[in-house]
Design a protein around this ligand. Sequence first.
Ligand code: FAD
Length: 465
Amino acid sequence: MPKISPTKTKMREQPPKERVRNNLEVPYGYNEEEAITEAKRGLQCKKPLCVKGCPVETDIPGFIDLIAQGDFQGSIRLLKGKNVLPAVCGRVCPQEEQCEKLCVLGKKMEPVAIGRLERFAADWEDQKGEAELPPKKRSTGKKVAVVGSGPAGITVAGDLIQMGHEVTMFEALHEPGGVLIYGIPEFRLPKRIVAREVENVCRMGVKLLKNIVIGTSLTVDELLDEYDGVFIGSGAGLPWFMDIPGENLNNIYSANEYLTRANLMKAYRFPEYDTPIARGKRVATIGGGNVAMDSARTALRLGAKKSFIIYRRSRVEMPARDEEIHHAEQEGVIFNLLTNPVAYHSTGSGWVKEMECLRMKLGEPDASGRRRPVPIEGSNFRIPVDVVVVSIGNSPNPLIPNTTPGLETGKWGNIVIDEETGKTSKRGVFAGGDVATGAATVISAMGAGRKAARAIHQYLKDGRW
Ligand code: FAD
């Protein structure tokens, strides 16, 4: 057996100094030679543990082996049998916590770069021209409404259309894709890639209706009058704030609003799009997740001289992907760890001027298993800022539950579901993704969509609830 390289094949990327001045994607992706070299690190395990780490059950050894043999078309065909969003997942999935974490090779050396190879196969097909579509079963004559066109909705729609059902996807915004389009920035996930993957689902026959807010334009009960089943994948788009003095001052945004203005409303393409957004010189982002890293990096690209992360725990507890933290550090984002804001102070005319913070220390682990941040009394200090982005979490928007009698919700406003089937408390209504779990990941939303599609198919066949 040839000697296996102990490290992943490197992926070339834009140098940090250059990329903070543009919005182009940071890593370039593998070329064919690099992909084959990396794929050959795969061990072709008899019992592939990596597959167990993938919520959509991708045949990982299978697609990697095909890349190793140079059969890129076969590889992408196999991938798409299980995953309608391979170019997205290859870029943003937390592989280090899922498939790559369980990779057998990873016990002794770096795991196989599964995400990079998935991205390669999807991009190879894109460069080749029009994507091949998976086969569809004969029409069943059944109709399903899917609410929301994020990863959960797209997966349900893609699976059900292949099973022969008629699918209509309702999207509140003017562009489909959910967080992939309005939240994750261009430099991490180019919009063209999301649009292409949504377009493939539409080419399979899914009907997409945009600018329709379910709960306002139409209710779930009205959908049930017309459709045999409804899937709700409306995400978790309601931002949290800290409820501290001064939080209503001008130029204090939720990350949702800041990133939506930058991405969906294309502030990043100024002057082509003159979207109103505060372009501060000193921008502070509160939080330590992927959303916070995206906001802090976006601030630099919008012209900030200093972009700070303010996080109340230490780096070890940060929920963002390692790669995102690393990229933010490379680009010059300043990390103020063990620091928590307690108030904002104004210029006197309604705009934020300073944030007052407390230093923290770590105590015992809390319910999340992470060490609890404990304030150090009297450690107050101020940081001059002109824009603040609050990125401390989101919960599901209450609009659909409030307008749908009989739909049970949990403590955080999440729709309560049976985890194995996505069934809600209301007959004929299924749900999954962030609307059920609270803010989570692309692949977990897709995994929930896959399970719900199977259960919807069964329900449409036998009518049993
Ligand atoms: P969403 O993607 O939120 O999609 C829901 C869709 O439903 C939206 O299009 C919304 O407009 C629509 N909708 C809402 N209400 C209605 C209504 N009433 N009627 C009609 N349509 C409606 N995850 C990762 O795995 N890796 C990452 O790197 C990562 N980075 C992230 C960065 C940011 C900035 C954010 C915000 C999230 C990130 N996530 C990441 C999380 C991930 O994007 C989400 O977990 C995932 O998108 C959830 O999918 P979903 O389909 O449940 O919901």
